[in-house]
Design a binder for this molecule. Structure first.
Ligand code: AMP
Length: 397
């Protein structure tokens, strides 16, 4: 069980606290078009301000590839954070991130002040976990707080390297929430525990399937990845997505599920189209009976019923990956049915980041879920049972 020290376990009064946030927000001509990540970071920042810390914020933004790119500056974030917090967030505009501006600003801070460093990925060492930049960051602070779950599966200077050069490294509230929900679901679930996997490829979810088969009572597989299973069982799948290299793997997984007493549910029918387009001709085909020239685009109506029934009495549900090409309205029905079923259960419902989180939000069920992870890749690696370097680097309780 992960038991990491958090911002509730430290005394920051008068101390310089470097906080790794996830301010990787979408920008259009210098305007922030979705500020959810800024709002989500506020509880940790406010707590540190209230406790009298000197709060030094840092984050990456986009992919400047190790050099300053003005269009990826965090300056607009400092401006918006100033408004959201109702106090100045001073921006330290150093192209080398930790430079004269950052040092001077950090030196002159009073308790409760907040500054923001420039985009950490302006430095090429950031994504290589290089020592010089890690030491530069550590030299600014007494305490390090990691509140960026989205990058927790990567070992970078600003979330892992820096912790080697500070005595105290803890997690913030956002990070704590992710660890609590994903960790509890995977390691200590209330049963019945149902996992729903979908999305395009078996190959990208192999480790998740492997890990979850040791934990769940029911595993539901839909989406593009289900056609590899269908073909492996001798079915006709037309031009549906398929990974021929994984046919044997699919059979092995089905056997593993049976041996472990895990109920494995695969589609019994599919919504198929005669082109990969929202406006193609559409019909329903039973499993393994997709004609040549047709492609599986969504789960069918019978499958929807079976999948939705399976979550009704669940106590914990984890979902990662859409049931079909949900970006096309004609093929969003299966994904929406599952989202609605999750919204209607009393179970703890946890949505892995990325496409499933986007689908749940676009379809309007976001506020009905217990927890929507903020990290796509990070939540997937969590479900694979891997130790995330960004989490591991924080001090244990
Ligand atoms: P992933 O990133 O692996 O979770 O895959 C998400 C993507 O899978 C989405 O863009 C979906 O449109 C796509 N997808 C889901 N079902 C299908 C399908 N039956 N055929 C093609 N693509 C699909």
């Amino acid at each position: 069980m992960l038991n990491k020290k958090s911002v509730d376990d430290i005394n920051v009064k008068g101390k310089k606290v470097l906080v790794r946030c996830d301010f990787n927000v979408p920008l259009q001509e210098g305007r922030i078009t979705d500020e959810n990540r800024l709002v989500a970071a506020l509880p940790t920042i406010k707590k540190l301000i209230a406790d009298g810390g000197k709060v030094i914020l840092c984050s990456h933004l986009g992919k400047p590839k190790g050099e300053p790119k003005p269009e990826l500056s965090l300056a607009p974030v400092a401006k918006r954070l100033t408004e959201l917090l109702g106090q100045e967030v001073k921006f330290a505009a150093d192209p080398e991130v930790v430079g004269p501006n950052a040092r001077a600003a950090a030196e002159s801070m009073k308790d409760g002040d907040v500054i923001l460093l420039e985009n950490t990925r302006y430095r090429a060492e950031e994504t290589k976990n290089g020592e010089t930049f890690s030491k530069d960051l550590a030299s600014l602070c007494d305490i390090f707080v990691n509140d960026a779950f989205g990058t927790a599966h990567r070992a970078h200077c600003s979330n892992v390297g820096v912790t080697q050069f500070v005595d105290t490294a803890v997690v913030g509230y956002l990070m704590q929430k992710e660890i609590d929900f994903l960790g509890n679901a995977v390691n200590n679930p209330e049963r019945p525990f149902v996992a729903i996997l979908g999305g395009a490829k078996v190959s990208s979810k192999i480790s998740v399937i492997d890990n979850l088969l040791d934990k769940v009572d029911t595993l539901i597989i839909g989406g593009g990845m289900s056609y590899t299973f269908s073909k492996a069982m001798g079915g006709k799948i037309g031009t549906s997505l398929c990974e021929d290299d994984y046919l044997q793997y699919a059979l092995d997984m089905m056997k593993k599920a049976e041996d472990k007493g895990v109920k494995l549910l695969l589609p019994v029918d599919n919504l198929i189209g005669d082109a990969f387009s929202n406006d193609c001709n559409i019909k329903v085909a039973p499993k393994g009976e997709i004609p040549d020239g047709w492609e599986g685009m969504d789960i069918g109506p019978e499958t929807e019923k079976i999948f939705c029934d399976a979550v009704k009495d669940a106590k914990t549900v984890v979902w990662n990956g859409p049931m079909g090409c949900f970006e096309m309205p004609n093929f969003a029905h299966g994904t929406e049915a599952v989202a609605k079923a999750l919204a209607d259960t009393d179970a703890t419902t946890i949505i892995g980041g990325g496409d499933s989180a986007a689908a749940v939000n676009i379809l309007g069920y976001g506020d009905k879920m217990t927890h929507i992870s903020t990290g796509g890749g990070a939540s997937l690696e969590f479900l694979e049972g891997k130790e995330l370097p960004g989490v591991a680097a924080a001090n244990d309780k």
